[in-house]
Design a protein around this ligand. Sequence first.
Ligand code: GLU
Length: 377
Amino acid sequence: MFLPNLQDFKRIVIKVGSSLLVDSKRGAARREWLHGLVDDLAELHRGGADILVVSSGAIALGRSVLGLPKGALKLEDSQAAASVGQIALSRIWAEAFAQRGIIAGQILVTWQDTEERRHYLNARETISRLLALRAAPVINENDTVATAEIRYGDNDRLAARVATMASADLLILLSDITGLFDAPPAKNPDAKLIPMVPRISAEIEAMAGGAASELSRGGMQTKIEAGKIATSGGAHMVIADGRQPNPVGRIARGEPCTWFLTPSTPVTARKKWIAGSLAPQGVVTIDDGAARALASGASLLPAGVTAVEGDFSRGDSVIVRDAHGGEVGRGLVGYDVAMAHKVIGRSSRHIADELGVEGRFEMIHRDNLVLAGDLTE
Ligand code: GLU
């Protein structure tokens, strides 16, 4: 049986569906269940893993408070419901984590925050700072402002984007289905659970059908879409039935579920993306000292840059060249071109004191830098 050890993962995103968290009859949260789950998460956190939660439930909680009718809601009603329900949702998570000594942080993201480069970098930096402080980000779509054309609408794909954005190595989708079956289980008593999917093929996609329950928007199809995003971004993904107490502990013990494996690690997936998928918008030339520092794994600081060319914005891909014109690597630049001209050759202290830039000084952070030769190893 395929049974990875959950303790081996360093950064885990757990997506919790509305149907698990909210009792649809009462329109209230299932607190006891939630506390069991947070026990599981606290154990992983104690073991050193970073924990991120993508939680649905805002609309389901808010609609009952507002007395909105059952069934599909109009967009403006679901936004109103999300606005009311998100307050309760965050409080429930924050309290459950706090009782186990973990600080929770709320992050509400829109489609732009995960898909547009500048927004993406900001969201990514906030997440990484929270994790460095050992806090657990609790994330949901910002339903109150997301418009119909550009919203995820389902937290499966959102969670997968969060996993790639945070360079997570595991995404757990907890829902009210056991996993992927070779035929829709509701119609087919002989349907068999597929315990492990090494690669999402056309055949696997065909098995997904379209099963969604009343509260959860994402059926198996959106879970497979999520699987494609997560596994190509370097995270394994597991779909499991979360309805029983301590659902993550159950995955660890090998209860039935479906694992989707990633062919690459988050770092190589991200590096491939930086090196291969983005058209460079400029060139950054560095001195010999900076070239040596980069080779030993450091970030590129403005002090080591001698020239910048091109018309780039913060977050664009740029080519890094050494003093002799040789390509050292490529990376995502930390400044717009106008600001880059002002900071090159300057120390971080000067940049802070004279130019009033706060916080992040790197021209290219090492996580956003791929050295020539990195990918051929
Ligand atoms: N963002 C929605 C909510 O919090 C949930 C979307 C989903 O169920 O996937 O209610």
